[in-house]
Design a protein around this ligand. Structure first.
Ligand code: UDP
Length: 251
């Protein structure tokens, strides 16, 4: 017997679909095999990616919850399904960078691979039509997306996520270069980490590999046409399972 039944499609994004369920406080998230990059200019289908990202995200959300980080996650359903609390996602992407890579090095005179201590926290306005621009404090205030108090809480939570994930991945031989998270408010007004945390949203390097391309275990393999994307995500799942073996099944 399944613990829930699917309702209508509420939202479809580039990598996931969100459905209502017969329970008002539960939504079902389906992870798709679609891969996109560069604001969806580059697209492909990668068989198995959805299932891998669903599993990795589930295990990471459970790990974070065990460390006191509130998240929207409730448990897994089928292979690419996750059950979550419904949240009103704040249209702000919170990026934390431990090592310089990606857009940072294109926009600033910072050499790729530079260690960033303390880690750099950047906020971006989540809107593909505008190309997810970097937010300034004044723009954030003007748009009224969060109050100053909510912003402090959001940044504190993001830094806590970084500390926990740095420690976890570090123990698994993986370097957490940077990552993006999204946060939202539950129906009771609690601020929680939402969306996903996976190799689609994190840069992860294999610490045991010196070659600058071979060590990449994240979406940069897709962005840079390096091949072996699903294999790399599979390696990340295998490592994470070394610390957190099985996700809990919802219901
Ligand atoms: N990221 C993401 N979604 C976005 C933008 C960035 O998940 O819309 C992640 C990205 O995978 C990386 C981190 O956030 O782990 C920092 O990305 P960056 O700002 O360097 O942008 P990119 O170079 O990926 O365009």
């Amino acid at each position: 017997m399944t613990a829930y039944s699917l309702g209508s499609l509420l939202y479809e994004g580039k990598a996931k679909r969100v459905y209502a369920t017969d329970q008002p406080e539960v939504v079902a998230v389906e992870y798709k095999d679609d891969a996109t990059a560069f604001n969806a200019l580059k697209k492909a289908q990668l068989a198995g990616k959805g299932e891998l990202n669903c599993r990795i995200s589930a295990l990471l959300f459970e790990h974070l919850a065990s460390r006191g980080v509130p998240t929207h996650y409730l448990g897994v359903g089928g292979e690419r399904w996750m059950l979550c609390r419904p949240v009103r996602v704040i249209p702000v992407e919170v990026v934390i960078r431990n090592i310089a890579a990606g857009s940072l090095c294109k926009q600033m005179p910072i050499e790729p691979g530079t260690a960033l201590e303390p880690p750099l926290l950047d906020l971006y306005y989540k809107d593909d039509a505008y190309g997810d621009p970097l937010l300034t404090e004044a723009r954030l205030e003007h748009l009224g997306l969060v109050t100053p108090q909510q912003r402090r809480r959001l940044e504190d939570l993001a830094r806590q996520v970084n500390r926990e994930l740095l420690a976890l991945f570090g123990s698994l031989g993986l370097q957490l270069v940077d990552f993006k998270i999204e946060l939202g408010f539950t129906t009771t007004g609690e601020l929680v980490v939402a969306d996903e945390i996976s190799p689609d949203t994190c840069r992860l390097w294999d610490r045991g590999v010196a070659d600058a391309q071979d060590r990449i275990l994240d979406k940069d393999r897709f962005r840079q046409d390096l091949g072996g994307v699903v294999e790399a995500y599979g390696e990340v799942l295998k490592r994470v399972q070394g610390a957190c073996p099985e996700p809990r099944v919802y219901g």
